[in-house]
Design a protein around this ligand. Sequence first.
Ligand code: KG4
Ligand code: ZN
Length: 340
Amino acid sequence: MDSQNIYILGIESSCDDTSASVLRNGRILSNVVAGQTVHKEYGGVVPELASRAHQQNIVPVVHQALKKAGIDKSQLNAIAFTRGPGLMGSLLVGTSFAKSMAMGLGIPLIEVNHMQAHILAHFIDEPGFDKPEFPFLAMTISGGHTQIVRVNGYFDLEILGETIDDAVGEAFDKSGKILGLGYPAGPEIDKRAKLGNPKAYKFSKPKVDGLNFSFSGLKTGILYFIQDETKKNPHFIQENLNDICASIQHTIIEILMDKIKLASKQTGITQIAIGGGVSANSGIREALKNGEETYGWKTFIPKFEYTTDNAAMIAIVGYLKYLEKDFAKVSVVASARLRF
Ligand code: KG4
Ligand code: ZN
């Protein structure tokens, strides 16, 4: 081990991406992600298939991450892994792998909360990317979660609001399913939305108090709308797909923006970060950025590769915890519903 540098291996396997990343101090040396295509034909992640694919991918993915980083496993100082939240079978693969590798190398093991990692990804050293100062607001928008979090410190996070039903990523994916798009539909809706009219169709927004969200009503509204229109014109979807996508995306962005504006007003905090798979969306990125001029916000939008699930975000939390000597016991277990 060279004494000046801290090398952390991060491992992420909470859902359907197997990822490994090597970090030196605050910088990412490699971030390898193996997606899983087996779920496409089912229109959603099949847990049993996901854990099997993780088992196949984990060894080559870790190997590649070390190779790309140009280091040997004997140089690692610690191994950080996603303990939860996520799919149990998927989490178990990464957890068991991280435990045995750390034990084999005789180095510390560090547990990481996946949602916290989506937020702390903003602390990766990246040229051209500023880091937020505490306190800031983080809106975590992914396939499994939708939260507004007040971040007082690296390990002092407070959930101010969250979804009471579907996550925003599910709103994209389930709308996509209704439209006959592949899984996950978020990226395709985003692409098509750029070519369509966001005001072509109007969908009603949910009325949820405070900083909580709801997306299940929107999905039902879209379903009924599409059923009605295709009764009148069987080619309605094909003929208007870009406009439909643009209108759905526009509604989702308004729902998110209404809540983050309210959170900023209530807390007086004007530093706003986003994270999670849906933060890859070009519309939400633009809307948030516009808030800089309109509301005087300072916004933090992650580098594209740190938006959807990745191990770089696990490695940075591992590094921050390593500095605090916050290590996990070998008896630590994966937790599908882990909270922070
Ligand atoms: O964070 P993530 O990779 O996994 C979870 O922890 O859930 O998020 C995946 C979600 C999916 O629902 C996917 O459709 C959505 O992120 N997503 C997008 C875009 N890219 C990924 N949604 C809208 N626009 C995108 N460009
Ligand atoms: Zn995620």
